[in-house]
Design a protein around this ligand. Structure first.
Ligand SMILES: [Zn+2]
Length: 164
């Protein structure tokens, strides 16, 4: 875990990004304190209290880096748990997930193309494994494979003879 950082005060002007130049723009404000108008003495911008930012534009990229690093660290530390969680989630929601994927497959030709291309690339890169899987599938579904081929042939024949 990274070291614990002191949280900076929320006093950065949303307009010019400088810290600590706000004064109250209204005397005797009775309303919600978050909505109390304040004025920036640097740029003169008047805004509500709640519009103040915590970080200046210069501090933001570093803070973002820290946050991303922390997230990566967390993911790394909980890798096994996350993997198990996703496995369980996918198992419990398989029908829903498949339904969504089928709908996307039908409605998004661009995505479909990308998926097909990726699959072909994977297949080419894992040729041995792919052949092994194909063989195993064929052995387990011999009858289905045979029927599917026959049906394709029949369809082609019908098309040829114009009885389609
Ligand atoms: Zn300002």
């Amino acid at each position: 875990m990274g070291e614990r950082r002191e949280c900076p005060p929320k006093d950065v002007c949303p307009e010019c990004g400088t810290r600590g130049w706000q004064v109250y723009a209204s005397e005797g404000w009775k309303g919600n304190n978050f909505l109390r108008p304040v004025r920036c003495c640097r740029c003169g911008h008047v805004h509500a209290m709640c519009d103040l930012k915590r970080l200046t534009p210069e501090e933001r990229p570093a803070a973002r880096e820290r946050k991303l690093a922390k997230m990566a660290e967390w993911r790394e530390a909980h890798r096994e748990h996350n993997r198990e969680y996703m496995r369980e989630y996918n198992r419990l929601n398989r029908d829903e997930i498949n339904r969504k994927l089928r709908a996307k497959w039908r409605s998004d030709p661009e995505w479909r193309e990308r998926r097909l291309k990726k699959a072909a690339e994977y297949q080419a890169a894992h040729r041995e494994q792919h052949l092994e899987t194909s063989k195993r599938y064929y052995r387990a579904h011999r009858q289905e494979c045979y029927l599917r081929t026959a049906r394709c042939k029949l369809k082609a024949l019908r098309r040829e003879s114009g009885n389609g």
